[in-house]
Design a protein. Sequence first.
Lengths: 173, 191
Amino acid sequence: MSGTAFVVPCLLAGLAAYALAKKVDVYGALTAGAAEGLTVVLRILPALIALLAAVYMFRASGAMDALTALLAPVMQRLGIPPETAPILLIRPLSGSGALAVAGELIVRYGPDSAIGRTAAVMMGSTETTFYTVAVYFGAAGIQRSRYTIPAALIADLTGFIAAALTARLFFGQ
Amino acid sequence: MAMAWVWAVLVVASVLFGSINGSMGDVSRAAMEGAGAAVELAITMAGAVCLWSGVMELMSRCGLAGHLANCFRPLLRRLLPQASRDDETLSAVSANLSANLLGLGNAATPLGIRAARRMARGCDGTASDELCRLVVLNTASIQLLPTTVAALRAAGGSAAPFDILPAVWVTSVLSVTAGLLAARLLGRVWR
């Protein structure tokens, strides 16, 4: 049993006690949030269906193996498992797309495998870069974003490399 | 539009490789299988996603987001010195950061946009260094509890879905640092 086993139960209990002490309706907040979670799931489901159908086809046709083999030399030099290549390609473009690809890897290789863990850490530590930039600059009326996208992509690439590195370091896989 | 291309390329490549490799039967079955797997995945994830949304809602009703936001102010005064002179921008940015940390994406974006609009005033369409920095900060994930991905791992049968936390934190810090550093260096040459 690792220390992280304590994080979730203690967080739940501590938060409930803290909320009661502050006279916040714990149960009401939990159920209201859960209802919102349900709409999140419903919102990503159509994208997940479209993308997983395509990703499964891509995998079954042998194209996934070809892509992995094509990118393997670069990926291995960066220390990233080549199987996670699709995440790198889709993550900056689409959150639900990346979720579909990562979900497929996690189910296929197992959540506690090196590939599954790397995929999960990648998802947990990066964002949908192009979408975010478009939303912010669109709302602020900015046409010239200058170096924002290159800098954000450098952050993403660092995140991908670091995800593979930390998955190896913390789990010795 | 980008995703239209991604989807089309995936499917067209599948057909090409399927006919070259003679695996078209598998490709055909895979389309249906994938669609079914998506529903299965969404259902197995739904419980965890909803529970965590509830926890996050509870956190924000307890005022934790506000406390966190106050902790950020000194840091933001250094990162965005000009924008911080405007008190409303500073409070929007710090609320944006704390919502991001708690994984409250729906709350974070409007706050960040409010700050971005104020920072973009009078710069006629060109992003200032500080605005670039704010957006880079938002494109790098700084979530304390990556609950969606934990739900994904739980759905896949992980023994401990949250055991990736330390790895996620270290990775997030590294990627945010790299992004801000890159922004600072590029800002000197890219006018």
